[in-house]
Design a protein around this ligand. Structure first.
Ligand code: CU
Length: 144
């Protein structure tokens, strides 16, 4: 009789455990579906600039666009990686915001007044190549 009670108890605890697992899995699935509904896009494009101050200004401009979740400008490669919500903004709006802050992008030239208002060290060369790949850097080294 004791054995029967014991096995019932074991079975009950097994059922309880599996129910718990199912509930957890359901929750995780729901979370995944929800995050899929927000269509995030990742883009990379060239932006001219010189230094860390430029980086702050460029990233602040990109982040100021509603729908932009993350912006990271690379001072060496003169390019920016941006994650944004496609339902809230589009690529050209991000280009325009950066250009308005005084920086050239691949698609939109910088606002002249904003450029002139930049600190002297940040007034980059408008002919500067942008969105440089790592390969260009290696070529520079081979010249030494
Ligand atoms: Cu700068």
């Amino acid at each position: 009789m004791k054995r029967v009670i014991l096995s019932v108890a074991v079975m009950a605890s097994l059922v309880f455990t599996s129910c718990k697992n199912e509930t957890k899995q359901e929750k995780e699935t729901t979370t995944t579906e929800l995050s899929k509904e927000i269509a995030m896009a990742d883009i990379t494009f060239g932006v001219r600039g010189n230094c860390g101050m430029c980086k702050n200004t460029i990233e602040k401009a990109a982040n100021g666009v509603e729908g932009v979740a993350n912006a990271n400008w690379d001072v060496d490669k003169k390019k920016i990686d941006v994650s944004f919500d496609e339902a809230k903004t589009d690529v050209i709006a991000i280009h325009k915001a950066i250009a308005a802050s005084g920086y050239d992008t691949e698609k939109v030239a910088a606002n002249d007044e904003a450029y002139k208002g930049l600190p002297g060290c940040c007034q980059y060369d408008h002919e500067m190549p942008m969105n440089q790949s790592g390969e260009n850097k290696e070529e520079d080294h081979s010249n030494h």
